[in-house]
Design a protein around this ligand. Sequence first.
Ligand code: NAD
Length: 509
Amino acid sequence: MRRLTDEQVDRIARMLAQQAGGQPAAMAGAGAVLPRPAAGTPLRNLPAGGYVAAPVAAHPATAPIVPGGDGVFSTVDECVMAATIAFHALSEATLAQRHEIVAAIRESLLREGDRLAKMAWEETGLGRYEHKRIKNRLVTEKTPGPESLIPQTTTGDHGLTLMEWAPFGVIGAITPTTNPTSTIICNTIGMVSAGNSVAFNVHPGAVQCSMETVRLINRAVVSAGGPQNLVTAVGRPTIESAGELMHHDGINLLVVTGGPGVVKAAMQSGKRSVSAGPGNPPAVVDETADIAKAAKDLVYGAGFDNNIICVDEKEVFVVAEVADSLITALRREGAYLVDQAQMRRLEKEIFSENRGPRAHSVINKELVGKDAAVILERIGVTGVGDVPLIIAEVPEDHPLVWTEQLMPVLPIVRVADVHRAIDLAREAEHGFGHSASMHSRNIDALSRMARVANTSIFVKNGPIVAGLGAGGEGHTSFTIASPTGEGLTYPVSFSRRRRCVMVDHFRIV
Ligand code: NAD
């Protein structure tokens, strides 16, 4: 763990005291007035509450960004320094206190999650408000806490060995515009549960809702007696500040959630990274499937938050024998089927660059995350009401099959048999190893798909969001790290393994 120099301690304490309006710093929670630490104060002697960065006044939802409040800072350096002090304070806390801090975060976000969902929806213009509410509630309730850090013991003639989960220190986290508030909530609960502090560089298109989330989290931490600035964020994030965070000396682990660019940059940074990248999840439907159920799941899954979630179904391969009945069932569930002429017009709208057969084309950013009705309007289809999903039958080499579209337009490919469907699903997924689903009652075919797809999430007979714990069993995560192998991240993903050995004593058996 990086230790701050005396000069750095002095600088950060001065900066934080200044931001508190020149008032002596107060210990969080207790309200006690404390003098600024003298240069050279060992970090372990800093107060558990840290030093107040700014008044903990209520911020209205529309408040402008004021760097320096409740964890929000102007520069990457300030974020990392304040988070470093908070990390050391947290290290002094008991495990029971860590549980209390996480419980306070959950309690606050359960109260405020809907408001944050509205902010995220209004600010980014992506997805659906009602689905953003579900996402915030899901991460608040189902992201595992400190209880998931289960130590392991080995005993024998030579004593006892304990395998513990230890924190990394300060985590640099980069978050997407598609799930801005839910990723911050999920990352925070997982990372703080593991004893870390976090410095966030969020997507520039989702700043207001992200800063509000960071402020609420810090207030909750402090209300539980935890340190100020346990979670920090750059008030005006850019790609450059993301790069700075990736290379900052004070960052002990990088956790990035986004498209191929940020994953590549993190993996080239020279730091250890937990990298959650893009997906293009295929769904296979075979002749043994419950077609009515498959259609219901596909409309829900592919339409969820207008398809901007990385796990949402992005293309369907259906065995020819049941293709017509699947399309009929999808329409019954409310999906709008475009004909070939409409599809040709749609292609011009949804791609800003159509790179042709089997190519990952460039999507038109204007239509990312927009409602199906808005997309249909672009091709002159109006008065269709609140359509959850557009569907189109396309040949297997159509670029929509091979492109992560992030909009509610689902291509459907008719194939000869289930083996062809599985092989195409694997190819269309591009080897991301992210997510896939299959609707079938054929155990052999399901097993083959699970093995061939080899994705972090494989859902059988349900929408893929069920793999996030939404309508399926298990914990949730909004950082699914397929390139680096952690899969659905949780506190263990943000922990170091530490072996503690007592020789020749404490043998249990
Ligand atoms: P994005 O890649 O445009 O941005 C993600 C974050 O990375 C942002 O904060 C952005 O500022 C930053 N960033 C982008 N390029 C960077 C670079 N070269 N250097 C440093 N930082 C950089 O993605 P987005 O549009 O916000 O989100 C959608 C993408 O993220 C989709 O591809 C989706 O599949 C993926 N995603 C994956 C997961 C997962 O868990 N695997 C979760 C959510 C989103």
